[in-house]
Design a protein around this ligand. Structure first.
Ligand SMILES: [Mg+2]
Length: 245
């Protein structure tokens, strides 16, 4: 492996369990120590790249001692823990934000009575949640059809527990492109960690990509290295290899 200056790392399934189960706090403490050690040696270190709302990403970034901008809400936000700067992608216009509000109101009125709720904290995207993931999967096609009929340009995708409705022109890929312009860190000094197909946007933009053992098969096929352990323990192994080489 060439010298890795920075690692773009997904959160759910890589640093935290995919479910709402407790985090592996000892592993996260060791990951934070690895990051601080890398920074002390002159590397840029760890940056988060997540679909999670900005406040969740901010909390994780501060826990892990990130000193790089982090990507939140699937590319909507760059949050810089060094300066507390919140930078929403300028390609998101007031018309896009109005569309998000309109779609959110539709979800609340049409799907709220069926027990579907909107995940709190997102600002330019909508994530639908229902305690019965099978029920949520059963309505994904209906949501896609209804949004298309209303002329709303979202990219609709099903994760393990959510239906994500992201603006069609915003993604982890556009977030990383903005991040790269901001940090100036070249691709050949960049590594990545991810577990689901949305993270292939990370794999496409780094020199070395790894995943924990719980990653989707499609993601494992793209990885240069697959950790033997799942979730945070697997990411810890990957980061140790990347940031100490
Ligand atoms: Mg993930």
């Amino acid at each position: 492996m060439t010298h890795v200056d920075a690692v773009l790392c997904d959160i759910d399934g890589c640093l935290c369990p995919e479910t709402s189960a407790p985090m592996d706090a000892p592993a996260l403490a060791r990951i934070g120590a690895l990051n601080r050690e890398a920074i002390a040696q002159g590397r840029a270190g760890l940056a988060l790249c997540s679909g999670r709302p900005q406040p969740f990403v901010e909390a994780m970034a501060r826990l892990l001692g990130c000193r790089l901008p982090c990507i939140a809400e699937n590319g909507v936000w760059l949050y810089d823990p060094r300066t507390n700067a919140y930078d929403r992608d300028p390609a998101i216009t007031p018309a896009h934000l109005a569309m998000v509000r309109e779609a959110g109101a539709w979800v609340e009125s049409q799907l709220g009575p069926r027990g579907v709720v909107i995940q709190p904290g997102k600002t330019a995207s909508i994530s639908l949640y229902h305690p019965d993931a099978a029920y949520l999967r059963s309505i994904e096609g209906m949501v896609r059809t209804a949004f298309a009929a209303c002329g709303w340009s979202f990219r609709i995708s099903m994760t393990w527990f959510y239906i994500n409705c992201d603006l069609a022109h915003i993604s982890k890929g556009t977030g990383i492109d903005r991040w790269s312009r901001l940090t100036g860190i070249p691709r050949d000094r960049l590594a990545g960690v991810g577990d689901t197909p949305g993270d292939l946007a990370i794999a496409d933009r780094v020199a070395f990509f790894a995943c924990p053992a719980n990653a989707h098969d499609e993601v494992k096929r793209r990885a240069s290295w697959v950790a033997p352990e799942p979730e945070a323990a697997g990411t810890e192994s990957a980061l140790a290899a990347m940031l100490r080489s």
